[in-house]
Design a protein around this ligand. Structure first.
Ligand code: SF4
Length: 73
């Protein structure tokens, strides 16, 4: 398993994550991206877990993010 965290406030809404990894990321009404299965933690960041086989596309999203707000732990 891998934990994925998005600093939602830091998202600039470029849409790259939703393009390279649409299974896990989508754009919201606030014009920022959020993970489809994520929950917000008390700090306002989104968090979710994926199995090893699904890390790849999320890694691409993290690498494509110009604001560098997607972290994989
Ligand atoms: S790639 Fe980064 S900045 Fe662009 S929409 Fe996704 S989270 Fe936001």
């Amino acid at each position: 398993m891998a934990r994925i965290i998005q600093d939602h406030k830091g998202c600039i809404g470029c849409g790259s994550c939703a393009i390279v990894c649409p299974k896990f990321w989508e754009m919201g009404d606030d014009m920022k991206a959020h993970p489809k299965q994520g929950k917000k933690n008390p700090e306002g960041d989104y968090e979710f877990e994926v199995s090893e086989k699904d890390v790849g596309c999320n890694k691409e999203a993290a690498e494509a993010c110009p604001a560098q707000v997607i972290r994989i732990l």
